[in-house]
Design a protein around this ligand. Structure first.
Ligand code: SAM
Length: 227
């Protein structure tokens, strides 16, 4: 099966992409019965602010998407996928993409907007234990886990996005990060055989809008600067 053109390019990088993206969200939202609850007002909800949601997702997941392009997986699971925009962008990299979140109204939005993704509304570990599936890649970004010892039973590769620490000792040693290849200040790729090294493009992600956003968040909320 051939994969679609890179959605990130079409709806973010291309000239006029934001107009195309707003039109796409409008088309996909047709007929949606919305539940407006507290879960709705989330900066990565494409219905709340489509352009900003796309900008935030692309920035936050950039190193993860680059890793998926290299890994060429057949199956990907995102844990804590919220309204599913980040998961939908993963359909450019894998034939089977599953988005999982415990929040019913978030999953309902994802199901309507992104039928290319298989959505599951369940606790992540309950789902994996119940199905026993092994994914080529599991991704979690600011999700319910950074790491869990059950993960190697259910995936060949695990990508974690999102680290925050207030502890100098952790910050200096990097011990708040999971073991594996550090792809960027925020993103690690674990697999059974990869060494604890930095990825080739590690420093590239510092000079992006997302780094400034994360750095501002850290300063404002009392965390140490992400490195
Ligand atoms: C902080 S949001 C992160 C969303 C997005 N991945 C990001 O990077 O911004 C965490 C998400 O994990 C979901 N979540 C929390 N506990 C969960 C669990 N036990 N199983 C599955 N999803 C869970 C929440 O509903 C929420 O949508």
């Amino acid at each position: 099966m051939s994969l679609p053109e890179k959605l990130v390019d079409k709806f973010y990088h291309a000239r006029g992409a934001h107009h195309a993206w707003e039109a796409e969200v409008t088309r996909r939202a047709d007929g949606l019965q919305l539940t407006i609850d507290r879960e709705f007002f989330f900066h990565m909800n494409p219905l709340y602010e489509p352009r900003l949601a796309m900008q935030y997702v692309v920035g936050r997941y950039e190193a993860a998407y680059d890793a998926l392009a290299d890994l060429k997986p057949k199956s990907v699971l995102e844990i804590g996928c919220a309204h599913g925009l980040s998961t939908w962008l993963m359909t450019s990299y894998a034939e089977r993409v599953v988005g999982l979140d415990i929040g019913p109204s978030r999953v309902a939005v994802g199901r309507h907007l992104f039928p290319e993704v298989e959505f599951v509304q369940e606790d992540w570990l309950a789902y994996l234990e119940r199905t026993g599936e092994v994914f080529d890649v599991i991704v979690s970004s600011h999700g319910p886990i950074i790491w869990h010892d059950a993960l190697p039973r259910f995936c060949k590769n695990y990508i974690n996005v999102g680290y925050r620490t207030t502890e100098w000792a952790q910050w200096l040693r990097g011990s708040h990060k999971i073991a594996g290849r550090q792809l960027s200040f925020s993103t690690t790729h674990w697999s059974a055989d990869n060494a604890g090294t930095r990825g080739k493009s590690y420093w590239r992600y510092f000079f992006r809008r997302n780094y400034l956003k994360e750095a501002r968040h850290a300063v404002t909320n009392g965390y140490l600067l992400p490195i």
